[in-house]
Every structure is written in C-alpha cells, then in structure tokens.
Design a protein around this ligand. Structure first.
Ligand code: SF4
Ligand code: MG
Length: 323
C-alpha cells in the first residue's frame, strides 16, 4: 500500500545571527530525514529537546516550509501551487499541541473554538457547524451542553480533549501531536492516550506522535523514529526499537528508562547521560560520538549513512555489533 504521508530528504536550516564579533551560524535543525507514515498507524518521533522533532512537526503540518526535500500527502506533493490542493492538504493534516492552556482562545466558548476550523474552511451554515461541534464534544468525552463554557472552566485534561476534538473537526486523515500529554498529570496522560487510540480506531486516523517520553511511546507507537540533532539515528517497528535497539543512542535512551510502565509509578526520564553538544558546533563524523560508549576513530571522521540493518534503518558504523 502507498503511504499516506511520505517525507523524503527533509532538510531545515536555521540561520542564527552571531552576537558581537561572531559570525552567524547555520544550524541544521533537520538533516536529510526520510520516512513513511501508513494509514491507521502511529509513528512516534523520539528525541531530546533540540533534536528537531518540533521543527519536523511544524513542517509536516505545513506550518513551516523545509529548505529541501519533499513531502507527499495522500499522493500529492505539498510544494504544489494549486490553492485547491493546499486547502485539501490543510484539512487532511491537523495538529495538536503540547500546551492545552495556550492553544485555546480564552475569550471564546469551547463550542466556538471547535467550530473555528470549519468556519475558516467556509463550511456552513452556522447551525450545522454548531451541531458538529456538539457531537464532537461528546466524541472526546465531554458533554454537548459544554458548548457555551469557556476554556478556563475546564481542567488540563479536558482542555486537551477540546484541542483534540478541534483537530478532528475537518475529518483529517493525519493528526500530528507534539508532546500532547507531557503537560498533564500521569493519571490524566493515560486517559488522553486511551482517547487518542479510541479515536484512531473509530476514524482510521494516522498519528505522528512527537515525544521525549518512552513510556508514552511504548503505549501508543507502531513505529519509532529516533532523532538526534536533526539526524535520523534509528527507525523501526516498536518491537524492534524497544526489544532489540541497534543504535547506541537508542540504547542510551532506553537504559535511562529502566521501568517503562504507567503502573504503579511513572518514571521521569533523564536522558542526559552527559552534556549534549551545542547545535552550533556539532561534532564531525557521527554526531553522537562524544557521548557514545562504542565510538572509534572512524566515528570521529566519517558520518555514518542511514542504512538497512536487519528489520530497521540505522545510522551507525557498528550497528551489527553488540556493546
Ligand atoms: Fe557510536 Fe560510532 Fe555508531 Fe556513532 S557511528 S553511534 S559513534 S559507534
Ligand atoms: Mg495503534
């Protein structure tokens, strides 16, 4: 089957102005990232802060343009100039943000917030929009009569339900969720993940799920893509990544999360086993070499290609070896 979303060689470079007497720097936020997202599946993008995962989310949501590479959504290249296709793509791909407090307009009722995407796309009349919003409130576990309430009257978890409902109003095929549960209490996180999985089932949604939290990723992901400083380190099925990681960085992440379970107690990840490098001065060769226990001379000189090893993609000279 053809993938629903296909990303090829995505590149994003930020020009960071230098301070006094310093040259400006070019930072590769994303460097040659390729993957496919299939219908009805969840692909998790995992990485620490600064790995480029939020940049990737914005690019795939068509909020930001890449500097290179191509994105094909449902068979159509996003670089099209056709307004009709772009409009269609904007409704096919929707986004849910991390912060349920910041992403909802405090001066609008939640019903009006939910309707907004319909309004923007010229979907009417008003009464039909309102009916849809009420029905969606019920779908995400709230009540239709909450239509006239304002965001501040809801808890964090409820607000994230509203944000998710809003994202589904245009019946998208793909939802890009950037850390959608990390601002919530652990007990609430599980509820929201369950809601996301139920909605996926009901509407046949595909998720691109951005997270730094492996306990969450293990629950929700079918495939896992591991990013480090804008580069793909490893990409494979959840089982391949969790039970048989081949990239030393993936192993480092997993080792920092020894018990990955929601019960009884959550584990707070601290993946910083040593200081990560500055994005302005990325190491030569393999970008992970200063932190890698398996690094050798070649790692300091030659950047490893992304290649097929066994059942996954991995960018490591020594992916066949065990530590
Ligand atoms: Fe470690 Fe070398 Fe593999 Fe990079 S290429 S992850 S430094 S072993
Ligand atoms: Mg699933």
């Amino acid at each position: 089957t053809t993938p629903l979303l296909s990303a090829r060689n995505i590149r994003r470079i930020y020009e960071v102005p230098g301070r006094l007497f310093e040259k400006s720097a070019r930072v590769h936020a994303l460097d040659d990232i390729s993957f496919d997202l299939r219908a009805g599946r969840t692909l998790a993008v995992v990485g620490e802060s600064g790995s480029g995962k939020s940049t990737l989310a914005r690019i795939l949501s068509l909020l930001e343009e890449p500097d290179g590479g191509e994105i094909v959504v449902a068979g159509e290249d996003t670089r099209t100039r056709s307004q009709e296709i772009r409009k269609r793509q904007r409704s096919t791909v929707q986004m849910v943000f991390q912060n349920p407090y910041g992403s909802l307009n405090p001066r609008k009722s939640v019903g009006r917030i939910m309707e907004e995407p319909l309004f923007v796309q010229g979907f009417g009349p008003a009464q039909v929009r309102a009916e849809r919003a009420r029905a969606m409130l019920a779908k995400v576990g709230l009540r239709p009569e909450h239509y006239w309430r304002f965001p501040h009257m809801f808890s964090g978890g409820q607000r994230q339900r509203i944000a998710i409902g809003r994202a589904l109003m245009l019946t998208p095929k793909i939802v890009i969720a950037d850390e959608p549960v990390s601002a919530l209490d652990i007990s609430i996180q599980a509820q929201i993940l369950n809601l996301l999985m139920d909605l996926q089932e009901e509407f046949g949604l595909s998720y691109l799920f951005i997270s730094h939290d492996l306990s969450v990723v293990r629950v929700i992901a079918d495939e896992v893509l591991v990013l480090y400083y804008g580069r793909l380190m490893e990409f494979g099925s959840r089982d391949a990544i969790f039970s048989n990681p081949r990239h030393p960085y993936t192993r480092t992440l997993l080792a920092a999360a020894p018990t990955i379970s929601f019960e009884p107690e959550p584990v707070v990840l601290d993946v910083k086993v040593s200081e990560p490098p500055s994005a302005f001065a990325l190491p030569k060769g393999c970008v992970f070499h200063p932190r890698c226990p398996m690094a050798r001379d070649i790692c300091r000189e030659v950047r490893p290609e992304v290649r097929n090893v066994e059942d996954r993609l991995v960018a490591c000279h020594f992916a066949e070896q065990r530590p």
